[in-house]
Design a binder for this molecule. Sequence first.
Ligand SMILES: [Mn+2]
Length: 282
Amino acid sequence: MEKICWANTENFDDAEFVIVGIPDESESHALRKGTEEAPFKIRQISNLRDSFERDGKISLGRPFQGSEKKVHDIGNINRSQIENIYDKISASSKIPISIGGDHSISRQIINTLAKRHGKISLVYFDAHPDFVSSTTNYYGSVVNDVLSNIEIASSVQIGIRTPEQEELDNIKKFNLEVITPFDIQKHGIKLVTNSVLHRLGDKVYVSFDMDCVDPAYAPGVSVPVPMGLNSTDAVYLLKEIVKKGIVGMDIMEVCPSFDVKDRTSHLASRIISEVLYSSGGK
Ligand SMILES: [Mn+2]
């Protein structure tokens, strides 16, 4: 298995960041199948397009080898290993960057991280609220399934544009902050970013469903919805959140078999690099 191109330590204990692939889509109900290929594909694209070699050193135009930020790619794991692995990651205060798989995986990650961190401030990038409560433990009920482990007042959903009535009812009932693509058009990305940063608590987890982004930039997702975020706005906002500090992040729902010339995997790879480079205010 090819490692993500920014992995620069073989030693788990040395790492500040841990890349984890979870190639599982068993809880997806989407018509499009294939998110289980994303961890492999995104790593492959990182090595093909986001890195080049000069004098034996891998770079993204900025030096990374020898950087104080150590990245370990743990490889791929099964759904049943999530609790053990993320207990280990959070016990040593490392930051997991997870690659799915279907979005239900985030439920297991968040619920595991909350055991150590307490209530999580959740930033949920998605076209869909994933806030169904009549069905649980699938990719449309993530927010409901983590409700007891997040602090709603410091959580936010970004990119939402296709809620079901049940989800709208739950958003209203729990008073969850939602930012739609039209909100960004209306107020501008800077103002929206400031309001998000102002809202967040100390233990921030970012769940990034790639379908938050417009299908023009990210066609290879399992449930595409028109009129999404543009990729630059989404990543600008993400970087500002990461600079403030996160306890973990995931990138889910990339579906390589429906992609156009690997565009979506390339964006996912680029997002991972932007997160690595932005952490700690750098
Ligand atoms: Mn989702």
